[in-house]
Design a protein around this ligand. Sequence first.
Ligand code: ATP
Ligand code: MG
Length: 329
Amino acid sequence: MPKTRKRILTGDRPTGSLHLGHYVGSLKNRVKLQDEYESYIIIADVQALTTHWEKGESLYQSVMQIASDYLAAGLDPNKVTIFIQSMIPEIHELTMYFSMFTSVNVLRHNPTIKTEAAQHGFSEITYGFLGYPVSQAADITIFKADLVPVGEDQIPHIEFARKIVRRFNELYAPVLVEPQAMVGEVPRLIGLDGQAKMSKSLNNAIYLCDSPEEVNKKVWNAVTDPARIHKNDPGHPEVCTVFAYHQIFNPQEVSAIEIDCRQGNIGCVACKKNLAHKINQLLAPMHERRQKYSPDDIKDILREGTLRAHAVAKETMEEVREAMKIAYF
Ligand code: ATP
Ligand code: MG
């Protein structure tokens, strides 16, 4: 299949439902660019195993959940190819070839690997976890992707993938394409608990599938300015999670809210109610779109997407093997 348009490759690990961090960090860009780019969206189930190797039985459910989240967010299966990583064996083959010229020390010093290892409480890290940026480089490059819409934490991995491409092309032949990262309007959305990152694993997220009641409850419990006890106490929006979310999900009112908060004119209760309402407005059309797809529809979309993706991956691997002079017969 010759490349007729620029390509996108991006995706998520099926370790749970997608949340607002995914939406503003990457998903929103994917929806926006689906008409312009030939888009491949990977459900990275093998990468999920790097931290969830004991929870294989929950993968299927998470794969279905993430696919449903994609469709709810507005990815159109007639425009984008959604596929499952483990079902493309060529990705694993390319990972192996890349690993031959990848330094272990470079992986050890990768800042995202370090942060995530600490986040997961790993006292020791596995071969698979340490090497996931290599496998991610294979995911991207097997599709000759030009652009990778991702959150900020992924930048070191895209930089690493670019280096692998340069090295491969220099060692063998110029077959692979150097990808560019594209970070969303919010590079890193903070968690409801005020932690640095909203994350599935940290249990501090508002999910795209959360009902209005769940959203209300979560926003109600979000961390605010601890110095503010009474409604009329002057607030410090810069330390308040709810304010950080107003900046993103309620841009029209944010300036007024900042002034009112600093002057103690608006209480946290009203401020939280307003935010929950804005988030529910964002999620409402997603709930509606989600209803349109049955589990069987989702399985068909994944099956067809995986077949299409597999055909592209096979072609690149033929070129890779030719370039590496390991195409024997
Ligand atoms: P896990 O905790 O299982 O690693 P995660 O919430 O970090 O899950 P991933 O599947 O690792 O999600 O990330 C998928 C994509 O979403 C990546 O591009 C990542 O940068 C982006 N992303 C995840 N969380 C956020 C966030 N809080 N803000 C912005 N982008 C995010
Ligand atoms: Mg992650």
